[in-house]
Every structure is written in structure tokens, then in C-alpha cells.
Design a protein around this ligand. Sequence first.
Ligand code: T6T
Length: 325
Amino acid sequence: RRSFLGAASALALTFSVATAAVAQEKKYTIALVPGLTTDAFYITMQKGAQAAADALGVELVFQGAPDFNPVTQVPVLDAVIARAPDAILIAPTDTTQLIEPLRKAHDAGIAVITVDTFIGTGVYQTGAGDADFPLAYIASDNVLGGRMAARALANAIGGEGKVFVSNVKPGISTTDQREAGFKAEMAENFPKVTVLETQFNDNDANKAASQLQGVFARDADLKGVFGANLFSALGAGTGVQQAGQTGNIKVVAFDAPGSIVDNISTGLVDVAIAQHPAEIGYYGVVSAYAHLTGNSIPVSIGTGFTIMDKSNIADPEIAKYIYAE
Ligand code: T6T
């Protein structure tokens, strides 16, 4: 009897060692689909994702479209789904137009996590609506970011005067939320600030620059502009410079590529609100890996901001959040 038990446990031991070996050999593939590839924000996100992938022994695939547009992003997503990765991290370029394309990934058994932007309401796994299937949303708190921008701009203009939001286009969760947060903060706490009509630039910095000049031509007492993402902010700054209004029209920028930070030193940009895209990428990969290896994960992870201005930009602890190009 003793020898029978011995044989059985030896068998069990062999089996579990074999299972462990198989488990170790399984190399997961995680795809990261950015909003667009040529954007320092997503390049920095990719770096963070790669750092986590290296730490976990995961293969990371980075595949995206050349512009921020569902029409170009959906075919890229379809190609990624065809490669059958274990998980997809994606910054959906539209809150509604990416729902059905992403459902295909979900139906194919691919774990879907959205990073930076969301589909539907961004509240997942509650059983409500048709877009609650992603496992998690990992991003900045964009309403808060918009409020921070409003405070910075209101303070820069001395609490009164005309300002406007330079934005991408409606239907993008992040930039919609930044604009909403900005307007709410101004309405609640800065009654002497007038927020003019938003100018939508389709993520084209040149368009944002000429729109700035158009607004200034109509409202010569324009005091400030909030560039709600990298290209909006870059363009708004260029517009202020071209109008010869550097320092007179205050610029608050969302995002912090090297070019915008350089403009802080010259006085063209007053404040840049840096997101932490590397953190988004890192925790995106970690979350996907945790899920794939049988662990539960938080349905939402909020990443941080760093406020950059002339007073702190030389500090390495601040400068480390400047985006990679
Ligand atoms: O601001 C980021 C990102 O958060 C947003 O969703 C789209 O624009 C950027 O990528 C900057 O260009």
C-alpha cells in the first residue's frame, strides 16, 4: 500500500513539474494600438509598455495608424486581430466608432484593455450598455486635467478675460473630458473669465495656429488659450507667436513633448500639463499579463500628471516627465 501511494505521488509530481514547464514556455503576445504612431505621447507610452514587457518576458507588438482617425485605425485593428495576440491594449480614436471593431477582438477571445481613451462611457464590466466588455481602462483623469488647465490659465491671465479651447474634434473621450473639466472649473470658480467657442483642428497643428489668429482677429482682447492636446497646444502656441502676441496671450498646454517644454523657456507657453504616458503603457502590460495568468485586475487605473512651468522645468524630477520623441 505504501509503495502504491509512493508511485501515485511520484506521478503527481512528474505531472505538476511538466505543467510548470509548459506554463513557463508560454510566451504571451500583447499588442499596443496607439491613437497614432507619430505622437510623442504614444511613443512614450510604448517605452513604458516595452519596459513592462521586458520585465515579464512578454512579446510586445506596436502597430498603429499614421493619423488619429477611426477610418485608419480600424483596418490596423483588424490586422492586429488577425495576428491573434493574447491581449490588445488600444487607445480607441472614437468613443462609438470603435465599439463594434473591438467587439470582434473580444469575441475572438482576445483580452481587450483600453489605454488613454475609452469606448462607451469608459465604465466597464458593469453589465450596462454595449461597450462594457473591455477588462480595464488605464489613463489620466482627463476631467481633472481640464480643471487643472483652467486654474493655470485663469491664474496666468489674472482671473479675467476671454479665452478659448483649441481642441481636436468631438467624439474623443480624452479631449472631450478635458474641455468639459476646463469649462466646469471656469464656470464654478472664475466667473470673470469668458470662454469663447471651441475651435476644432482635427489634430492639425497648422490649422490650430491659423484658428488662433482667426480668434484674435475677431477678439483683439483675447487673453489666453488652452491647447487640449499636443498638436492643439503646439499649434496654438505657434499662432500666438505668429500674431506677435508672445506673453500677451497666455498659453496652457496639455502634453509635454520637448518642443512645448522649449516654449516654456522662451515664455511662449506658461504651463504644460504633462501626462504620464509611460506609466499608462507599463500598467497596461502588467494588467494584461496579470489577467492572462489568472489574476484579477482593477477595472480602472488612474495615472498621474506633472505641472511644468518656468519655476520647475530645470528640476530633473520634473524634466523626467518630458515625453520621448
Ligand atoms: O493628449 C494625448 C492623448 O491623451 C489624447 O488622447 C490624444 O492626443 C494625445 O495623443 C497628444 O497628441
